[in-house]
Design a protein. Structure first.
Length: 410
């Protein structure tokens, strides 16, 4: 008897496939396959029944951060230097669809013609996104975001050169002094990794409430509570939004409230929470430059029905610092540390105090911010109003010194 019929025999007997059943089936073939052959067959069967099939070995590669299966069946991976195609055969469209449906089921979600896309986390911690035709062309598209096997600590990031020399004490100071901050950057820039590492520096007596649409943030801390949103079912009911979760988090005795990614109307609840005594709050936000963060928050505030004056007032009161991260090839680095200040018109802007610059030859070094483009939003720049811009930069530096201490600001 081959292994596949044995699996179906177990299912017909009313026993759903699990690790114990897979191991028992593999052991039953020990006499035929030998110990090494049975172990290999068990691993392949486990990957096919309980895991990602032929993609399983890619998820176990410590260099792989992302896996993408396109509708044509081709497989692409990112090992830190951009997407590259790999020679992995996943079979026909029907087989690939079955794999996507199985992965969704492992994550506790449904994927079919009535619920044609899913965004969830597998039991292994891998983030899954899958979408079916006709919403996409060809066959199913599957994207996997593979987390680090062991969450990187802040010391790991410093040792890897992701944090410029001399900036570590500043970032530590943000956490130790309970300064509210956002980590901004593009897709795959390392926002979640940096935020998780920074939260690991929090006092171990603190209770950290983490609110996410899909769980991604890994924090090495003894008292972390994760709240995760839920999509509506096929009847359109049962949805739990980030807004609802943030309201619940406020009632759970948090010392810190953290939003894994601010991407919608929950920005209103986050800003309100940071304005009502919940110090040390943090989150991530998509922005290609620190100067874009305020505009991004304005757009999200509009989704929540907030007026521009209300958004500006809340940001100036609630948010103190923006840490910008950027990806350079295989490197993910902290690009700048800026302070949120109001311009003469009352609009917030992010003014860089520390800015990483690239010298000739590609070497990176930390320096005091000096670029006119780093301000963000309306108001002067180094070119249009150099005196005003220098005054704003001095004020930003003084503000950062007041937040984290003069002894740690380079």
């Amino acid at each position: 008897m081959t292994l596949d019929p044995m699996v179906w025999e177990q299912i017909r007997a009313g026993r759903a496939p699990d690790a114990e059943v897979v191991e028992r089936i593999a052991r039953s073939e020990l006499a035929v396959l030998g110990s090494a052959g049975a172990a290999d067959a068990g691993a392949r069967l486990s990957a096919s029944v309980l895991g990602a099939g032929p993609l399983e070995r890619l998820t176990e590669d410590p260099a792989v951060t992302d896996i993408a299966v396109n509708g044509d069946g081709r497989v692409w991976v990112d090992r830190g230097a951009g997407m590259e195609q790999v020679a992995v055969s996943l079979g026909s469209v029907a087989v690939r669809r079955a794999m996507a449906v199985r992965l969704a089921a492992l994550a506790g979600r449904r994927l079919d013609d009535t619920a044609a896309y899913v965004d969830a986390v597998l039991p292994t911690g891998v983030r899954l996104h899958a979408i079916l035709p006709p919403l996409v062309s060809g066959g199913p598209h599957v994207t996997l975001r593979v987390p680090a096997r062991v969450p990187l600590s802040f010391e790991d990031l410093v040792a890897a050169g992701s944090v410029p020399v001399g900036w570590g004490p500043v970032l530590r100071g943000l956490v130790e002094r309970r300064v509210s901050f956002l980590v901004s950057g593009g897709t795959g820039a390392g926002k979640t990794t940096l935020l998780g590492a920074l939260l690991g520096l929090a006092d171990q007596r603190e209770r950290i409430l983490v609110v996410e649409d899909v769980r991604e943030l890994a924090v090495e801390h003894p008292h972390v509570v994760h709240l995760e949103g839920r999509s509506p079912n096929v009847e359109g009911v049962g949805e739990v939004t980030m807004v609802t979760l943030l309201r619940q988090a406020l009632r759970m005795r948090p010392d810190r409230i953290v939003v894994g990614e601010v991407r919608g109307a929950e920005v209103r609840e986050l800003l309100s929470a940071l304005n009502t005594g919940h110090e040390g709050g943090a989150g991530t936000i998509h922005a290609n430059a620190a100067s874009d963060v305020v505009a991004r928050i304005e757009a999200l505030g509009a989704l929540a029905g907030m007026s521009l004056p209300a958004v500006h007032a809340q940001v100036l009161s609630a948010l103190a610092v923006v840490v910008q991260v950027r990806r350079h090839g295989r490197e993910r680095t902290v690009e700048s540390i800026g302070v949120v200040l109001g311009d003469p018109g009352g609009r917030p802007r992010v003014v860089p105090v520390l800015h990483r610059v690239r010298h000739e030859g590609g070497n990176l070094a930390g320096s005091e911010g000096s670029e006119g483009s780093g301000g963000g939003g309306s108001g002067g720049s180094a070119e249009g109003d150099p005196a005003g811009w220098l005054a704003l930069r001095r004020a930003a530096r003084e503000r950062l010194v007041a937040l984290v201490g003069a002894e740690v600001v380079p």
